[in-house]
Design a protein around this ligand. Structure first.
Ligand code: SF4
Length: 284
């Protein structure tokens, strides 16, 4: 079965025989309003909806641990565009890619544990992420932002003022993950890697420029393929500038800090107990 199969998802969403859980990429907020997006997903037939911030928090812990014990250059691996560029054009750096799950795979593992009967649908900003999700046993289906907009239009599901929240796994500070340098800023690396040893780069041209002529001082390369980070992904809307989208992510972060989230909806470490987030990755 092909995972990237919109008609199939559409049919099953309407059938009500299968329960679906939507996992939206963290850049969603630059595209759709929150919490209206949750209402709209549920109108389409999704039983549950969550974002990837808790998965990001859990993999940050792994980055922290691995960076602490590493002597060589470590390259972040949540962006499959970067992973594939390194694999194809810079194979000598392939070993430097960190073998830790991306937030989507980590969240897939967490959702499998808590919702074993649900089909997990990842909603992606780009085709690279779709390829990654298609290679993961923890994701059942994947669609992108454009396809989601198409579904909203087809079923006339408009934004609405509402109080419907994500069902589970809230974490506030990792909401900046889709921005350039978001991983490095949220992985609590103080005392692990010096600030001047961390380099955040967005945009593949700049990344390649660095890899062609690396600075030996850099110990951690926090890189994203698209200009601006995931808010610049190929299936994101071009109506807003990168700066406007960035502001929406930061506004969402500030808003989330004031949200009163009940304990059972929070992304608490104990909820990921028993799950392994490091080891062989989809690109190995
Ligand atoms: S930076 Fe771009 S290519 Fe990489 S995961 Fe984000 S949207 Fe996809």
């Amino acid at each position: 079965m092909k995972k990237n199969n919109l008609p199939e998802i559409e049919r099953d969403l309407k059938s009500k025989n299968v329960k679906f859980l939507a996992m939206v990429a963290p850049s969603f907020v630059a595209e759709f309003n929150y919490p209206s997006i949750v209402y709209r997903l549920k109108e389409l037939g999704f039983d549950k909806a969550t974002e990837l911030t808790f998965g990001a928090k859990m993999i940050n812990r792994d980055y922290h641990r691995k960076l602490k014990n590493s002597k060589k250059l470590v390259i972040a691996s949540p962006c499959p565009g970067i992973v594939m560029t390194i694999k194809n054009k810079y194979p000598k750096y392939f070993k430097n890619l960190i073998r830790t799950d991306s937030p989507v795979v980590a969240t897939g593992k967490i959702c499998r544990k808590h919702y074993p009967q649900h089909k997990l649908v990842f909603i992606s900003p780009c085709d690279f992420k779709k390829i990654e999700a298609e290679n993961s046993e923890y994701i059942d289906y994947v669609i992108d932002y454009k396809q989601l907009r198409k579904l909203f239009r087809k079923y006339n599901v408009k934004p609405k003022k509402c109080e419907i929240l994500f069902d589970k796994f809230y974490n506030d500070y990792t909401k900046i993950y889709p921005l350039s340098g978001g991983l490095g800023k949220t992985a609590h690396l103080k005392g692990v890697v010096k600030e001047e040893e961390i380099l955040g780069i967005d945009g593949i041209r700049k990344v390649m420029k660095f890899l062609d002529n690396p600075d030996p001082k850099i110990k951690f390369l926090d890189v994203l393929y698209c200009v601006g980070g995931c808010i610049g992904g190929q299936h994101t809307s071009k109506k807003l500038t990168v700066a406007q989208k960035r502001k929406k992510v930061l506004d969402y972060l500030n808003f989330s800090k004031s949200e009163d989230i009940p304990e059972d909806r929070k992304g608490l470490i104990k909820k990921a107990e028993g799950i392994k987030f490091s080891g062989k990755c989809w690109f190995d």
